[in-house]
Design a binder for this molecule. Structure first.
Ligand code: HEC
Length: 121
């Protein structure tokens, strides 16, 4: 038995682990990777389905609508209204300018889930 052979397996394993770690880093953000709880995860799904076509969540670049990155970390919303649940809920439910309202499409619980997610951005 060559000693090299015994070395090969652990070296191979270590190399795969490093590769795996590298992949995990570059892979798109998963709910678990973002540290989201169940409600925030539900909100993220709704965001991806209903909002992501017009708003970036992880980039400050504008899309069809303004970015919602750090939405609640700033004092004011893009419109100039205070950045709090009341006004963001109002925009989601009734719409604003070119943005359609989602009051008919989403349940009250879904709107709350969405708000919980937006607070994580
Ligand atoms: C069809 C494109 C479109 C979709 C879909 C859309 N928005 Fe918007 N959104 C806009 C536009 C355009 C504005 C800017 C409105 C304005 O101030 O005239 C906006 C503004 C906003 C604002 C800022 C409000 C303020 O007071 O400045 C928030 C928050 C927001 N949207 C959240 C959402 C969420 C959450 C969803 C998903 C439920 C969503 N939007 C879906 C286009 C969209």
């Amino acid at each position: 038995m060559f000693p090299m052979r015994r070395l090969l397996l652990p070296v191979f394993c270590a190399a795969s682990l490093v590769l795996l770690a590298a992949c995990a880093k570059s892979a798109p953000k998963t709910d678990a990777g973002l540290g989201l709880n169940a409600q925030q995860t539900a909100g993220r799904r709704i965001f991806q389905a209903d909002c992501a076509s017009c708003h970036h969540a992880y980039s400050s670049a504008g899309s069809k609508g303004p970015s919602v990155k750090s939405l609640f970390k700033k004092s004011y919303l893009p419109s100039g209204l205070p950045a709090n649940d009341r006004f963001v809920r109002g925009t989601i439910v009734s719409g604003r300018g070119m943005m359609p309202g989602f009051g008919a499409a989403l349940t009250g619980q879904q709107v709350e889930d969405l708000l919980a997610y937006l607070h994580t951005l």
